[in-house]
Design a binder for this molecule. Structure first.
Ligand SMILES: [Zn+2]
Length: 236
């Protein structure tokens, strides 16, 4: 028969902790155990945020580029019609944007000094007029819209609506008006050399992907408003 154990052996108290202390230690232990994971999670979040900030401008740029190319109709970019109060009459039938008047007239004066006689053929054209030109000529010439668009912008897509475009001819060779042969005139040769001085630029050169070469068609880029208008076109 086993000796009767001393009752005191079973009653030795374990180290007692109060309920409150016990709970606090568990929380601390959990924090210590999970801290590497929390740190990792924090780092990943921070890294993703930085990456997102870095990539954001790129995303904006690519979506803008896409939108611009999608905005084209038969290769032409859209242009708003200039408000009437910004137009000035420089000749009986020629209205242009006030920003470019002085420069344009000065260019004609300077050309005259060199024995070159520039003639202005067409300046501002309303969207309504462009509508008539595009649709009437298209049917006269029995051309489809895409063919016609190579030589004339659809309404709402002409640089002429902005008041910043001017078609120029040679007063001594009027048979070359609006013709590719205009490139052989002295007026054109003079323009190629001197127009940049007056902030004029050839809009549709020989390498244009969508639109036929138009040696007579020049646009003004000598004011902030003009530069804003042609920003999309120049970015390409
Ligand atoms: Zn033109």
């Amino acid at each position: 028969m086993e000796p009767k154990k001393d009752i005191n052996e079973f009653d030795i108290p374990f180290a007692q902790r109060t309920y409150l202390n016990n709970n606090n230690s568990t929380l601390l232990q959990k924090l210590l155990i999970y801290s590497p994971f929390l740190l990792l999670l924090f780092s990943i979040t921070l890294f993703s945020l930085i990456r997102k900030i870095e990539l954001t401008p790129l995303n904006i740029f690519s979506s803008k580029t896409e939108r611009n190319s999608n905005n084209r109709i038969l290769g032409h970019l859209p242009y708003k019609e200039v408000s009437k109060d910004k137009l000035v009459l420089i000749e009986p039938n020629i209205e242009v944007h006030i920003d470019m008047r002085d420069s344009l007239l000065k260019m004609r004066e300077e050309a005259k000094k060199d024995g070159i006689y520039l003639v202005f053929l067409s300046g501002y054209r309303s969207i309504n007029l462009q509508n008539d030109i595009f649709y009437s000529l298209k049917s006269i010439r029995n051309q489809e819209a895409a063919e016609r668009a190579r030589v004339s912008a659809p309404p709402g897509y002409s640089e002429h609506s902005t008041g910043f475009a001017i078609d120029i001819g040679d007063a001594t060779q009027r048979e070359t008006d609006f013709e590719t042969e205009f490139e052989n005139t002295n007026a054109f040769k003079w323009l190629l050399k001197n127009a940049p001085r007056f902030h004029f630029k050839l809009s549709f050169n020989k390498n244009n992907k969508y639109i036929d070469y138009e040696p007579w068609h020049w646009r003004y880029e000598g004011s902030i408003e003009a530069l804003k208008v042609f920003e999309s076109s120049n970015r390409k």
